[in-house]
Design a protein around this ligand. Structure first.
Ligand SMILES: C[S@@+](CC[C@H](N)C(=O)[O-])C[C@H]1O[C@@H](n2cnc3c(N)ncnc32)[C@H](O)[C@@H]1O
Length: 185
């Protein structure tokens, strides 16, 4: 079993240090997500925080698609709802409260996006197995981890785990100050 050694969950107030209007200069959500999302897709932004990427996912899937924006912290989902209402995207984005042990979503997904959150999950093995089970055949899991908190060795553990579970490691898109992987089910 792969476990998170630090037991750290990014508190909602800390998100304001990096999730601000300047963030687009480093992490442009459209550039990062566009190659992996199609109109009409059902996707999940797991560990969505206040929805920085959920909004762009909603624009990309369009009115016939769906974005499940899932997080452990109600404060994060409250921030997400404010943002999605303001952007007029509330009909596409469905907020979902997880527990630390289970995501608890049931519908099959085309793509799952996990940005800077996998290192916070306490039981990485169970978590990634649940992600695998939620994806449709040929579904994509896109993981991005921060180089500040996740060493190359730690990230390689995630890569090995994904392959053990049954994913194929497809590519490693360039994302600033991050390590990333595209897994295919
Ligand atoms: C560093 S923040 C990143 C937020 C967002 N992805 C972004 O880039 O703006 C990590 C988020 O993952 C959430 N998180 C941590 N463990 C989780 C779990 N097991 N299930 C769902 N969300 C989790 C935290 O509550 C936090 O909102």
């Amino acid at each position: 079993m792969v476990q998170n050694e630090s037991n750290f969950t990014c508190p909602w107030w800390l998100l304001f240090t990096f999730d601000n209007p300047m963030r687009k200069l480093i992490h442009n959500p459209n550039r990062i997500l566009r190659p992996y999302v199609n109109a009409g897709n059902k996707v999940m932004d797991i560990g969505c925080g206040m929805g920085y990427f959920s909004l762009e996912l909603a624009r990309l899937v369009g009115p016939n698609g769906k974005v499940i924006a899932a997080d452990l912290q109600p404060e994060m989902l409250a921030g997400l709802e404010k943002r999605s209402n303001k952007a007029g995207l509330q009909s596409v984005i469905q907020p979902h409260l997880c527990t630390p042990k289970m995501i608890g979503v049931t519908e099959p997904l085309d793509m799952i996006f996990a940005f800077w959150m996998v290192h916070e999950v306490s039981d990485r093995t169970a978590f990634m197995q649940e992600l695998y089970s939620l994806l449709k055949p040929d579904g994509i899991l896109f993981i991005v981890e921060p180089i500040i908190h996740v060493t190359r060795k730690n990230f390689e553990t995630t890569l090995d785990l994904g392959c053990e579970i049954g994913f194929s490691e497809i590519s490693h898109p360039q994302v600033a100050i991050s390590r990333s992987v595209i897994f295919l089910k």
